[in-house]
Design a protein around this ligand. Structure first.
Ligand SMILES: [Zn+2]
Ligand SMILES: [Zn+2]
Length: 264
């Protein structure tokens, strides 16, 4: 009550001063008292809560999602729920594969093994002032627990040659860590080509290659491989990435937003 009375006094005093002598100095004094409250209201409008997508992570034997006021924490053992030639031969999800139309097809030496990834991503993602490069290794996680890697191969390897090592669902392992560099066709075939597919580490969502019945190309996207528009999950609009058919596929020049952390 004391503060309110004080503000009323200042306000009344300012009006009196304006009416009495038009003294400009009294106007900023009134603005200072009320300015903070107005700024707070504006910043809350910009916040979009991504925890509303937690239930989309469906392969619950391999991925779980928790959240608090600041972070969404996604714990993943990174085990695809689809068949792969990279599962050990005694695993029920092992399935032999070759690609007769591709003379360069070859299998990587690794087999799929369980990982222990913990992604801490911002619950209310925000654009970064200085855009950070994506790391080698996991840069995001998909709704079936499998991690997203960027468009770079390990030093000394060529990502375009590695395309020849992808399995029947377009993933492959590095060591025993399975991952997607390009469209995860198991997910887009089952959930839809315009579906939410996962998050990058900055908390912005990743969608498939379609939007409103149109195929998104790299030309539709910014340097970070995203844009801001309405999606089925965020009808008021949100920044989001799209996976496109052409290099760099998932992300371009780095995270659009302020990235969280990953432990493994
Ligand atoms: Zn790879
Ligand atoms: Zn879009």
């Amino acid at each position: 009550m004391k503060k309110l009375n004080f503000k009323l006094v200042v306000y009344a005093f300012s009006i009196l001063m304006l009416m009495a002598c038009g003294d400009d100095d009294s106007v900023p004094a009134m603005d200072d008292v009320e300015g903070d409250e107005i700024d707070d209201d504006e910043s809350e409008v910009d916040q979009i809560d991504i925890s509303t997508l937690a239930a989309k992570f469906y392969n619950t034997e391999a991925v779980s999602v928790a959240f608090d006021d600041t972070w969404v924490t996604i714990t993943s053992s990174n085990l695809p729920d689809h068949k792969s030639m990279y599962y050990p031969m005694n695993d029920p999800l092992y399935e032999a594969y070759d690609e007769p139309n591709n003379p360069d097809f070859k299998k990587n030496p690794g087999e799929i093994g369980a990982q222990n990834y913990v992604f801490k991503i911002p619950r209310y993602p925000s654009e970064a002032t200085n855009k950070e490069s994506t790391p080698m290794g996991p840069m995001g996680v998909s709704i079936n627990s499998v991690v997203f890697f960027n468009q770079e191969a390990a030093p000394g390897d060529d990502i375009l040659e590695e395309l020849n090592t992808f399995d029947q669902f377009e993933g492959h392992p590095a060591g025993d860590a399975y991952h997607y560099h390009i469209e995860p066709i198991w997910l887009t075939e089952n959930k839809g080509s315009d579906a939410f597919l996962g998050f990058l580490l900055d908390g912005f969502p990743v969608y498939g290659p379609m939007e409103n019945g149109k195929t998104i190309t790299n030309d539709d996207l910014d340097d970070y491989h995203g844009h801001t528009s309405a999606t089925a999950d965020f009808p008021d609009g949100i920044y989001h990435y799209h996976i496109t058919e052409d290099l760099p596929w998932i992300n371009g020049d780095g995270f659009f937003g302020v990235a969280g952390t990953i432990t493994q």
